[in-house]
Design a protein around this ligand. Structure first.
Ligand SMILES: [Zn+2]
Length: 364
């Protein structure tokens, strides 16, 4: 039996293996706070029950770890088995070549590629390059419709690279908008699915990355190529044509305010009103993952107190720099549990399809 994290998104440090007891922990790397992302593979496991125990901080969500038997393409929740403190038990058949485990359901460049391949023949869908990351990777840009001659809405995700469940929602949003070809006659979308692609592929936490993370990089002295290029391209295309900006995130692992979907209240009263309006529209739409408008987190409450004087988030940058923006917002998704309903690859994407319909109704 071998444990490895040597693949896209991989993240683990093995402390010790004693018979069927494996002690390990998540690799924080350049993250300045404690966080909980990890993703590893067991190769040729021996038959029988094995106990995996995390030796540092909490690293198991409310539905246990996610398990993949096809090298990370599809995932299921193992389920909560709390009898192992901060860990889980897995009963291998002995016939598996590979079993992967993660905090949730990783969405890598390979998932995005599969999605792009399925849509690339649609003339309304374009896959372009926004620029290169610090490590030389291509920063994907997807456009829907004609970004040169329409009102434009920006969609971004993974400024905190570990927040992978948001990517399935984004896929659903894109899919539903593509079906609305009449809407795309005079509206367009500018989509950056991985704002921190190096972090996504390297398997970093990304949240509170030193010296600051990608969602604290929107001031004039931005340091990350994706953020620099995003702001530059928007200004080249004409900031006044951008009417919407939605940034997709995931929450903390579990607990209060981390197990429902919500919009993060803007400091701007006008934008806050727009957030509540789209929230009411979303609540009226049947979604497989329940959404309640009252889950809204107003500015000034709980953790939503701004990025600090030195920093600016993507949605606050859009609020301050896009003169005709009607809505600039962060939307937060739970990793595993939305008001009692399991968040999965399928349910997250299905929620995204409905959210996409609400977006096109909102930005008429
Ligand atoms: Zn985030």
């Amino acid at each position: 039996m071998k444990i490895t994290a040597d693949f896209p998104g991989g993240n683990i440090i093995v402390d010790e293996i004693k018979d069927n007891n494996i002690y390990l922990h998540q690799d924080l790397r350049t993250t300045t706070i404690d966080w909980f992302y990890w993703y590893f593979e067991v190769l040729q496991p021996s038959k029988g029950e094995h106990n995996f125990s995390f030796t540092k901080s909490p690293a198991i969500g409310v539905r246990g770890p996610a398990v993949s038997l096809d090298k990370g393409r599809t995932w299921n929740w193992l389920g909560d088995n709390k009898h192992i403190l901060n860990g889980f038990m897995y009963d291998f058949t002995g016939d598996e070549e590979s079993v992967r485990f993660s905090f949730a359901m990783p969405y890598q460049e390979s998932h995005l590629k599969e999605f792009i391949d399925a849509n690339i023949h649609n003339p309304l869908f374009k896959h372009l390059e926004l620029g290169k990351t610090k490590k030389g990777r291509s920063i994907d840009l997807i456009t829907l419709g004609d970004i040169y001659n329409s009102d434009v809405i920006v969609l971004t995700a993974r400024s905190h690279c570990c927040e992978m469940m948001a990517s399935y929602v984004l896929e659903g949003v894109i899919e539903s908008i593509l079906k609305n070809s009449s809407y795309l006659q005079d509206h367009a979308f500018f989509i950056v699915p991985f704002l921190d692609k190096d972090g996504v592929e390297d398997g970093d936490q990304g949240k509170s990355r030193a010296p600051h993370d990608h969602n604290r990089d929107f001031e004039d002295n931005s340091i990350y190529p994706s953020i620099i290029a995003l702001k530059k391209r928007i200004n080249e295309l004409g900031a006044e044509r951008f009417i919407g900006y939605i940034d997709f995130h995931c929450l903390y692992m579990a607990g209060y305010q981390n197990e429902h979907i919500y919009f993060v209240g803007s400091e701007s009263p006008k934008i806050a009103e727009a957030q509540m309006e789209i929230g009411r529209m979303l609540e009226k739409t049947y979604t497989i993952l329940p959404f309640e408008a009252r889950g809204y987190l107003p500015f000034g409450e709980s953790w939503n107190v701004g990025a600090g004087v030195k920093y600016q988030t993507g949605s606050s940058w859009a609020t301050n720099n896009l003169p005709n923006v009607k809505l600039a917002t962060t939307i937060e998704f739970p990793y595993a549990n939305a008001l009692g309903t399991p968040v999965t690859q399928k349910s997250a994407k299905s929620f995204g399809v409905k959210f996409g319909n609400v977006i096109t109704s909102f930005f008429q």
